[in-house]
Design a protein around this ligand. Structure first.
Ligand SMILES: [Zn+2]
Length: 258
């Protein structure tokens, strides 16, 4: 989907938005018309980027891929859920925790079971039951059946509401430490992939992040519902001005070509 950003090094008086096409990756090398280079690092979690891409495909009428993206986003979230809980219980390097949990998050069925059982244990509520919406996804995936717009939207809403409920259960837990660890991981990943390139960080109005994974995002963008987000996507590319540098600005010292 198309995202537009304002180059941090061009004068604000000459505000020009530059396009960058984003998918489920979090880091994108960018270059403005004046030749300023940077790595645009999105603060959003990969599952929320994928969900947003699903919504963007829904708006474009590509209902089959919309369903696949939204459901995959749900599976990715389920695999991340126990890792976040484990980190809240006893902080450790995320890579180590992910390694420890690799067996139970290896397949989507296992990850889903662990996520829902964890939900039951921390909330002391009955484990949530899964509606039959996975059939829509299975028909699209295995049968090649193109879902209707209404079916695709229904599945997107379901994913969104499930994630909202699962998130709500862990929101009382101290998760600032998790977010900080996750951010450090992202920066290390950027440094590994793009070398000394300056990094600018950005979040855009992802519906799923607005449910609580990025505190403050809702206040910035004021959009929390799928309906608002679909309306925004129909209007055109997501625009943003909220960019901040997270590494020393050394434009002239970019050694690696982007
Ligand atoms: Zn520039």
């Amino acid at each position: 989907m198309e995202f537009r950003y304002h180059c941090l090094w061009c004068p604000p008086s000459e505000l020009v938005l530059h396009p960058v096409f984003i998918g489920a990756d979090r880091a994108y090398p960018v270059r403005c018309a004046q030749g300023h280079q940077a790595v645009l690092l999105l603060g959003n979690a990969p599952y929320s980027l994928l969900f947003e891409r699903g919504l963007s495909r829904l708006v474009a009428g590509d209902t089959r891929d919309a369903v696949l993206d939204a459901y995959t986003s749900f599976e990715m979230f389920c695999a991340e859920y126990p890792i976040r809980l484990r980190h809240a219980a006893a902080p450790a390097a995320l890579a180590t925790i992910r390694h420890d949990f690799r067996e139970v998050t290896k397949t989507s069925d296992r990850a889903l079971a662990v996520a829902y059982a964890s939900y039951g244990m921390i909330t002391h509520r009955a484990v949530r039951s899964l509606p039959k919406l996975t059939e829509i996804r299975n028909r699209a995936t295995h049968g090649g059946v193109r879902p209707s717009y209404e079916e695709a939207l229904k599945l997107c809403r379901w994913v969104s509401s499930e994630l909202e409920a699962l998130n709500e259960a862990i929101s009382p837990l101290q998760h600032g430490a998790y977010l900080a660890a996750e951010r450090l991981d992202r920066l290390a990943e950027c440094s590994e992939r793009f070398g000394a390139a300056p990094v600018v960080e950005q979040s855009f109005n992802s519906v799923l992040d607005a449910y609580g994974w990025l505190p403050g995002l809702t206040g910035v963008f004021g959009r929390t519902s799928i309906d608002d987000q679909l309306e925004a996507l129909k209007r055109g590319p997501v625009e943003s001005f909220w960019v901040q540098p997270v590494m020393p600005i050394k434009i002239m010292a970019v050694e690696k070509s982007l």
